[in-house]
Each structure stands twice: as C-alpha cells, then as structure tokens.
Design a protein around this ligand. Structure first.
Ligand code: CA
Length: 225
C-alpha cells in the first residue's frame, strides 16, 4: 500500500482528498504547514507528495526544492488557477505534475495512480540503453553519465527514455506530454519545456548547447543520433 503525504493548509481540502485517497486504498499522512510537511516527509518517506503552493511556515516551492535535493519522490503541486507561471516554476523546482484548484478529487486520485505507476514500472523495451556516454537502465530506473549517477524525477526519466528510445526522431510536445503522463489529459504543452530544461541542466555539459536533447523548431525535441 502506497503512502501519500498531503501538505495543504485548507483543512476541508485535506479532508476530502484524504477520504478519496483512502477509499482508493492509499495510506494518507497530512501536514498543514510547509515546514512541518517537510519534516513529516523526512521521517516517513512517503511514496508521493501532494503539495500546495501557498503554505504557512514554508513556501511550497521551497518544500519541493528541499525534497528534490534529497530524493526523486514524485510531487504533485496544487495551484490556484491564476498561478499559471507559478505552475511552470513548480515544474522547474522538480514537481512532476500540477493540478489547478478547484479540482475534482477523482482527478487527483487518477493522477496519483498514474504518477506512481510511472515511477514504479519501467517501459518494457530493451533493459539498458547506451547512448554516447549515457547509460539508461530502464528496469533499475537509473541514469549514469560517464559512470556518475544522475538523479532524475519520474517525469524527467520518462521523457529521457521516450526521446532516447528513438534517437533522431523528432517528438512534438504533445507526444512527449502523452508519453510522460500516460494519457493526454489537459495540460500545457509548455510544461514539457520546463522538464526538458531541467533534464538538460542535469545531463548537458552546456545546457545552452545541448549535445543529447536537441530542440526541433516548430515541433519539439529529439535525442541526437
Ligand atoms: Ca494554501
């Protein structure tokens, strides 16, 4: 049974989410402040975090940054609809997904399931991809560059394996969104840009002159052959 940590300061929202998630078979922890949420995360190491953006004690973005510094625990960020730019910042901080308020609790449960599936099961192709100086282990969910491990979030890993699974092929943002989210639910194709930016920062010697993941103007991205 997977454990979900909800960090959210609106008690009613926590109550609703908790009840839907528990009904779906998850074990649920919650915290009403950013700082207490972070310490709960450190002590309990949940399988996934649902994180509000605006929190007392510590900002949601800072919480995400701290979690990401230490692990690749999947993070779903909750944002208000007016905060579109904040959503993109959230993804740059390493969140794997975001959901705008108000939302249906069913959507949250579906996203939680999809994200856990992505972080648990590797795509069923060949088990290890070796491209240039990268070694991508699809089963172990690990990436090494010149023998050095690189810690990727589930979304980044899934984008990299999609691109690297077909070197030279251009993928549109929409295709990458579908491949990384498992379904084409409503989402901004631009969020792919934020994830690609993070991936490049981790993989590329000079992210401004990428040698692995190229931009294909007007289309999207491709892994260099
Ligand atoms: Ca809030």
């Amino acid at each position: 049974m997977a454990t979900i940590l909800i960090i959210e300061d609106e008690p009613e929202l926590v109550k609703v989410l908790r009840s839907y998630l528990e009904q779906a078979g998850f074990s649920v922890l919650s915290a009403g402040r950013g700082d207490t949420g972070l310490s709960t995360w450190e002590h309990k190491r949940p399988d996934l975090v649902i994180l509000d953006l605006n929190l007392p004690g510590m900002d949601g973005l800072d919480v995400a940054r701290e979690i990401r510094r230490k692990s690749s625990t999947p993070i779903i960020m909750l944002t208000a609809r007016v905060e579109e730019t904040d959503q993109l910042i959230g993804l740059e901080m390493g969140a794997d997904d975001y959901i705008a308020k108000p939302f249906s609790p069913r959507v949250v449960v579906a996203r939680v399931r999809a994200l856990l599936r992505r972080s648990e099961s590797a795509p069923n192709v060949s088990k290890v991809l070796r491209l240039a100086d990268l070694v991508i282990d699809l089963e172990g969910h690990t990436v090494e560059k010149k023998g050095q491990p690189i810690d990727l979030t589930p979304t980044e890993f899934s984008l990299l394996t999609t691109l690297a699974g077909a070197p030279g092929r251009a993928f549109s943002r929409l295709q990458l969104l579908e491949a990384s989210q498992g379904a084409a639910y409503e989402g901004y194709e631009r969020t792919i840009d934020a994830h690609i930016k993070n991936l490049r920062a981790k993989l590329e010697a000079d992210p401004k002159k990428p040698r692995y993941i190229e931009t294909v103007f007007g289309i999207g991205y491709r892994f260099v052959k």
